[in-house]
Design a protein around this ligand. Structure first.
Ligand code: NG6
Ligand code: CA
Length: 532
């Protein structure tokens, strides 16, 4: 009832209409030639990679030749976003096209989390699947597996990606600082020995179970905060597990394995004569930053920089694979990140000590866990040779818009009750002349703190219900800073969000406070009605 009432008020104030005219995505289908193209789609999502972590966005302490080549051949967005400053909510929104803050339980998923996206939900993957695409997710999942009781690690691991539109998956189930270190292929953990079953829990399985606390002297990478439970490969993690030894991977092999899996998926799709959608969910540069021996010690920034070099290698491998298969000109690659950067995220890996003058968030304040720009303004590149003219775009685009935009690309209609905050920004993503991006965007953190960013053009409203902001200065250890509940910034003049203009522009702030509240209460920001 509450929701319905709010939604009707929302329509009443005409804000939806305003959005309808301001957002490129509501152009009627008839006005465009949608549905006539069937490029392959590869979304490469990095983990914890900041705006300033790639040399095409100005990094000087690290060089990312493959990502730079993607940008040089494609469109580099200076106002590209993910929707949240932690992983699970961004991935939830990326796949469902709905802001994660609308649903409880979309914050950072624990090791035994059940599947967070209900089976049968319309997702970016299901939309492309229905359009005839072969679909796969390879890499970090972190959106839970299994029914209400959580994952049955030794049995059937469903529901999961295959129940929301993916034909295939090859996953790291959560994030690599969380247990367990095993892969999931489709519905099973491969290579499990039934004589050594895998057990995952949140309490010590036995009093003498070695942990990062009791066996700290055996660790190859020490922890600084949390991450002191079960040890695997010399690194203690969040959570406990036993068994499953034959199925366990080495941290050093993650990237190589996923690249190999991706090559196989691309080759199989090509052999089957099907267009494909690959969600390549990289782990770099999330903790623990333990990369292939080939990249260890290769950057000036320590393990965090080495991880960025490994990520760049993955991007290069995907590009080369497409080129070798003759698919480069018929593939749209989107490169993005799941949240902004963090230096020390719980392990002593010299990220702060070796950072020097590097600005992982570029010119922005905040990073991972923050609703200041650095938390969600992240690298964003689209590349489709022959279709996207190389260049730079200042249009506002977000990972949450890929669902509606790619549905439009392949001519799928969005049901009214799906993808509630996803806008069809296809023309802007393809760099078509005059195409507009978003006129507004809500940014969130992990979801439970009542913190939001709200961008409308040059204006940015920052809301912190608890009066504290997390991770305001990325180059220092994670900390809370006291802040007023509302702040207003002019991003044109002050991209670093340092000068609060709320007192100078009270009417602007008041209007934005109200529109943000309305958008949250309304349950959706995508206008009702078929898109495209
Ligand atoms: C935090 C972890 C952090 C990271 C994050 C999730 C601690 C002290 N911190 O709770 O290390 O795992 O969760 O990151 O445990 S994300 O990118 O997957 O959202
Ligand atoms: Ca992340």
């Amino acid at each position: 009832m509450e929701k319905k009432k709010a939604a009707s008020q929302f329509r009443h104030v005409g804000w939806l209409l305003m959005m309808a005219f301001n957002v490129a995505g509501v152009t009627p289908a008839a006005a465009r030639n949608h549905g006539s193209e069937e490029p392959n789609v590869v979304v490469i999502m990095a983990d914890d990679l900041g705006y300033g972590d790639v040399s095409c966005n100005g990094a000087k302490s690290i060089t990312t030749p493959a990502i730079d080549a993607l940008a040089a051949r494609g469109l580099r967005f200076t106002n590209g976003y993910c929707s949240a400053s932690t992983c699970t909510p961004t991935r939830y929104s990326f796949l469902t096209g709905t802001y994660a803050f609308r649903h409880k339980g979309t914050g950072i998923a624990p090791p035994n989390s059940p599947a967070i996206i209900p089976p049968g939900t319309t997702t970016l993957a299901s939309l492309l699947h229905e359009a005839g695409y072969a679909t796969a997710v390879i890499g970090k999942w972190h959106l839970g597996l299994g029914g209400a009781a959580g994952p049955d690690w030794n049995g059937d691991l469903q529901p999961g990606p295959l129940e929301i539109g993916f034909d295939r998956c090859f996953l790291l189930p959560t994030t690599n600082d969380r247990v367990p270190q095993v892969f999931v292929r489709d519905h099973h953990v491969p290579d499990l020995d039934p004589a050594d079953p895998l057990w995952v829990g949140d309490a010590k399985p036995a009093p003498d179970h070695p942990t990062g606390i009791t066996a700290r002297d055996t660790l190859t990478m020490d922890w600084s905060d949390g991450h002191n439970q079960t040890i695997h490969n010399g690194i203690s993690r969040i959570g406990f597990y036993t068994g499953g030894h034959a199925a366990r991977f080495r941290d050093e092999d993650l990237a190589d394995t996923w690249v190999e899996e991706s090559k196989a998926f691309i080759a199989a799709s090509q052999a089957a004569g099907r267009p494909f959608f690959l969600f390549f969910a990289a782990h770099e540069c999330h903790v623990p930053r333990v990369v292939s021996e080939r990249f260890q010690g290769k950057s000036a920034l320590g393990p965090r920089g080495d991880a960025i070099l490994e990520l760049d290698w993955c991007v290069g491998e995907v590009m080369q694979t497409l080129a070798d298969a003759g698919l480069a000109d018929n593939t749209l690659i989107v490169f993005c990140s799941d949240n902004g950067p963090v230096l020390n995220d719980g392990y002593r890996d010299d990220a702060i000590e070796k950072n020097g003058s590097h600005r992982a968030a570029g010119p922005f304040s905040g990073g991972k866990y923050s609703v200041f720009e650095g938390g969600t303004r992240t690298p964003f590149i689209t590349c489709w040779p022959g279709r996207i003219a190389p260049g730079t775009s200042t249009e506002v685009v977000c990972t949450i818009d890929l669902a509606a935009s790619l549905a439009a690309l392949v001519g799928r209609l969005l049901p009214d009750d799906a993808c509630l905050d996803s806008f069809d920004l296809l023309p802007a993503l393809l760099g078509e002349p005059g195409a507009k991006g978003r006129s507004h965007l809500i940014q969130q953190d992990n979801g439970a703190s009542g913190s939001y960013g709200f961008r409308e053009g040059r204006w940015k409203l920052v809301r912190h219900d608890k009066g504290v902001a997390r991770n305001r200065v990325v180059e220092r250890p994670l900390a809370n800073t006291k802040v007023p509940r509302y702040q207003l910034f002019d991003l044109d003049q002050d991209p670093g969000e340092e000068r609060d203009l709320r007192a100078e522009h009270p009417a602007v702030a008041a209007g934005m406070i109200e529109r943000l509240e309305t958008a949250i209460a309304a349950g959706r920001t995508r206008p009702v009605g078929p898109t495209p």
